[in-house]
Write a protein that binds this ligand. Structure first.
Ligand SMILES: C[S@@+](CC[C@H](N)C(=O)[O-])C[C@H]1O[C@@H](n2cnc3c(N)ncnc32)[C@H](O)[C@@H]1O
Length: 231
């Protein structure tokens, strides 16, 4: 974070204690996710062991972020949970706002351990959204990309994210094990020169952490519009 202020976070403790905290925060579907849904909970769409291991890793191994961005928040429970443990000074969220659990975000964001500097309720692929985000170009230290899960849709989000990220920053993808299109993007990224795979939590859905390398190629208008081309 280059000398900027750090947030006070919950102590990371053990990996198991974070996994337990995920379960206590509540899922959005008890049968599908395997842990209860809680009234006034976080409505997480995450596997406890996978997400808990990821959060513990972020909290203990990755430098705090000054600027962070989440694309695809659903309830925003995942956005909040991570920031309770991993210090992110400022947060940008982008979500189209149509998910059934999205209404919980209005409650959950009140307890966000980060300054919510930008809240964009719109399609991440629209040129207007990019225009609003360009003021963060080369500033994003950490991005969690979990919006459109189609092959070209996810690639468009990655081109947008790459443009905004600073070199050395981290991008996280969700569902790179469980969703075939996202797995194809994972395979593309393995071949990409501008990203290296830092860590892959592959228990159920897949959470992969990628670091942007020294000389990033700037995505072109063609890359952004079609999702095609070298990542
Ligand atoms: C799988 S959910 C996110 C789950 C959340 N990250 C979590 O872990 O609980 C995907 C979210 O992305 C949103 N989304 C899908 N396509 C989008 C797009 N093109 N632009 C913005 N948001 C999008 C959906 O409405 C939904 O809220």
């Amino acid at each position: 974070m280059r000398g900027k202020s750090m947030r006070k976070t919950k102590p990371a403790g053990s990996r198991d204690s974070i996994i337990q905290a995920v379960e206590e925060a509540g899922s959005s579907d008890a049968i599908f996710f395997g842990y209860p849904l809680r009234e006034n909970g976080l409505f997480l769409q995450q596997d406890p062991e996978e997400f808990g291991s990821f959060v513990h890793y972020m909290a203990t191994k990755i430098k705090p972020a000054e600027y962070s961005m989440d694309i695809g928040i659903a309830s925003g429970g995942q956005t909040k949970f991570l920031r309770d443990y991993y210090s992110t000074d400022k947060t940008i969220v982008v979500d189209v706002g149509t998910h059934p659990v999205f209404p919980h975000w209005a409650r959950i964001k009140k307890d966000l351990n980060s300054d919510l500097v930008e809240e964009i309720i719109s399609d991440s692929h629209s040129p207007e959204v990019r225009q609003r985000l360009l003021k963060y170009e080369n500033k994003i230290d950490f991005a969690f990309v979990d919006g459109d899960h189609t092959y070209h849709g996810l690639r468009k989000d990655i081109f947008l994210t790459k443009e905004l990220m600073r070199v050395g920053g981290y991008m996280v993808l969700h569902d790179t094990l469980g969703v075939w299109d996202c797995k194809r993007v994972f395979d593309d990224l393995i071949q990409a020169k501008d990203f290296i795979l830092v860590r892959n939590f592959a228990i159920r859905f897949g959470i992969s952490i990628w670091q942007l390398q020294r000389k990033k190629r700037i995505p072109t208008a063609f890359n952004r519009a079609t999702g095609r081309g070298k990542l």
